[in-house]
Design a protein around this ligand. Structure first.
Ligand code: NDP
Length: 292
């Protein structure tokens, strides 16, 4: 049996955050600018509240400014749009994130489109989605970007490899497939209508799973020596966080992300990194030209 390499997202995310906190310190000293992340949170969904708080906590830890603006479940579309417009124009705000999912009476697309795409830290604005497709992005969706950063850190080659992405959501599966394609992988996307899924996943040198079903991928889905990335976050009967991939897959894979401690921390690290990048971009756009 070959031994599996655990792709330690928690450790790499920590390194990225340490590096960022030094850069933030320098930015404060040299330009007097503190990157600021605004999170808009609607309703009282427990998981969303935890995710939003985590993002705020991490942002504050590395020296950013961060606020969560909370709205009741009954907030109207107009009220929420008005706050987005406010932050679009707020000079001290560099990154805006609307915590998903939103209550059903709100039009998610309209709300995401209202965010100034220069502040769209999640990369969900149509302009940023289009730029990703054109291979000209300024922001990347955080989860796929975190996955690629992790694979690169462990020197996992992508060029020419067969990558199978299971799940086609707009926030994970689709951008993941696109980004792998841009890295010269041969990409197959699978979803709930895919026939004979096992025959497809067994072809994967790189298998990325974002389905949202506990232990959905079993050892017989996986080719010997494959690299397996588990995006799933599910709760088991005891309330413990478990992935979409059965832990036994570690006996077949050459490398695998743990849950927790794999993709999740990398997603937050990318969110912070992109907030910093957006702050830099803001500075370069608003710098007053020197009179010579
Ligand atoms: P969605 O529910 O939006 O998408 C799930 C995808 O899985 C869909 O494309 C669906 O196909 C596909 N699917 C469902 N059943 C099957 C099946 N039997 N066979 C093949 N494909 C199937 O989920 P997300 O992409 O938003 O999230 C996926 C998981 O990742 C969740 O557990 C979520 O919590 C987690 N997540 C974790 C993050 C992290 O940072 N760790 C970040 C984001 C998400 P179809 O389109 O046909 O319905």
């Amino acid at each position: 049996m070959m031994s599996v390499t655990l792709l330690n997202g928690r450790a790499l995310a920590q390194e990225i955050k340490c590096d960022l906190s030094k850069k933030v310190e320098k930015l404060k000293e040299e330009k007097g600018v503190v990157p600021k992340l605004v999170v808009l949170l609607v309703g009282d969904d427990c998981a969303s509240r935890i995710y939003a708080r985590n993002k705020e906590k991490m942002a504050l830890q590395i020296g950013f400014e961060s606020v969560i603006e909370e709205f009741p479940n009954t907030v109207t579309q107009e009220e929420l749009l008005a706050r987005i417009h406010y932050y679009n124009h707020a000079k001290d705000c560099h990154a805006i994130l609307v915590q998903l999912p939103l209550p059903e009476h709100l039009d998610k697309q309209k709300i995401l489109q209202a965010i100034d795409y220069h502040k769209d830290v999640d990369g969900f604005h149509p302009m940023n989605v289009g730029n990703l497709l054109l291979n000209n992005p300024t922001v990347f969706p955080c989860t796929p970007q975190g996955i690629l950063t992790l694979l690169d850190y462990y020197n996992i080659a992508l060029t020419g490899k067969t990558a199978v992405v299971v799940g086609r959501s707009t926030i994970v599966g689709k951008p993941m497939a696109q980004m792998l394609l841009q890295r010269d992988a041969t990409v197959i996307m699978a979803h709930s209508r895919t026939e004979n899924l096992k025959a497809i996943t067994q072809q994967a040198d790189i298998l990325i799973v974002a389905v949202g079903k506990k232990h959905f991928i079993t050892p017989d889905h996986v080719k010997q020596g494959a690299v397996v990335v588990d995006v799933g976050t599910n709760e088991d009967e005891n309330g413990k966080l478990v992935g979409d991939v059965m832990p036994d897959v570690a006996q077949i894979a050459s490398a695998m992300t743990p849950v927790p401690g794999g993709v999740g921390p990398m997603t937050i690290a990318m969110l912070l990194n992109q907030t910093y990048q957006l702050a830099l971009e803001h500075i370069s756009c608003h710098q007053t030209p020197k009179n010579n």
